[in-house]
Write a protein that binds this ligand. Sequence first.
Ligand code: NAP
Length: 346
Amino acid sequence: MRLKPTAIELSPRCGLGVQYASDFIRCRKLKTLPSQKLHVVTGAFGYSGKYIAARLLKEGQRVRTLTNSVQRANPFGGQVEAHPFNFDAPDKLVESLRGATVLYNTYWMRFNYKTDFKHAAAVENTRKLFDAAKRAGVERIVHVSITNPSEDSPLEYFSGKAKLERALIESGLSYAILRPTVIFGKEDILIHNIAWTLRHLPVFGVFGDGTYKLQPIYVDDLAALAVTQGKSRENRIVDAIGPETFTYRELVRVIGESIGARRPIIGVPPWFGYAVGSAISRLQGDVFITREEIDGLMSGLLYTDSPPAGATRLTDWARANAATLGVKYASELARRKNRAAAYESL
Ligand SMILES: NC(=O)c1ccc[n+]([C@@H]2O[C@H](COP(=O)([O-])OP(=O)(O)OC[C@H]3O[C@@H](n4cnc5c(N)ncnc54)[C@H](OP(=O)(O)O)[C@@H]3O)[C@@H](O)[C@H]2O)c1
């Protein structure tokens, strides 16, 4: 017998469902409440996109994700529908964005790797994403970039990000561009692998003198900023930095103290640090760090003089997460090769 729905509520089993006056809840096609809007978040089963999606769901919004990994462990159950990116099928990409008010874009490739992935491809695909969003009638794009992007930069990460910022600004779409430095959280790579190295090596080598600065932002603070910016229609560029500024040397010391792995921290020539990093890469079947990343760090590109956009202190977070921080190596390549497991389990 078909029963009349008695209430619309968030059901843990099937997301936003329809509760029936019966002894079970039937999950039906998602019903939209009048205040609900569709938000599209890239990579919602990955790192920062996951926190943005979680915040939107908490506010009762509908969330769809575009991802390379539709089969990846989905922490949201039926509440988030997953579509592939479809960069090579523009009409399908448009359809997957149709009806969305805001697109939150986290899509990027961290480094060039063999013929498998390249910054240039990330730039080309992101342009396609912006075009598709415009054709689909998306009202606003919240785009995650990087601190200090520049089209003149010799570092492709920073020049590619600058090209994309310009493409978005010139698209005529309403935009917020968020420029984070290092993003920390339980799925992060850099901070985890600094901790992992401290746990495994008797001394820690910083590239050069280690006095270049960073201002890490907590991933959920970045997500909060993204969601807030999704509500505005004012064009904005925000440096998404955390409340603490560390030199790289201080950052390593703070992480070491937090996890109880105090090590001598010595300055090493960048080529030597890269060689040690390459040995770790071979051991782990990963790319531990690239020459470009070392150059970006040492050129102070992860530092700005803007006010903080997040309140969570890495110092507090590292202490609170000392039991797990850096216990396991965090592998970028494992995340790209295994498209089914959650990041934090790889
Ligand atoms: N993490 C940081 O410390 C940091 C610092 C500064 C700026 N950012 C910026 O913040 C944004 C989000 O970073 P995140 O660390 O949160 O990223 P993420 O979740 O690991 O990935 C974001 C999206 O990009 C896709 N992606 C990542 N690498 C890829 C590759 N090699 N080939 C194809 N697709 C790839 C992911 O694919 P799936 O759909 O398969 O998950 C996901 O859809 C990026 O734009 C990044 O430049 C990050």
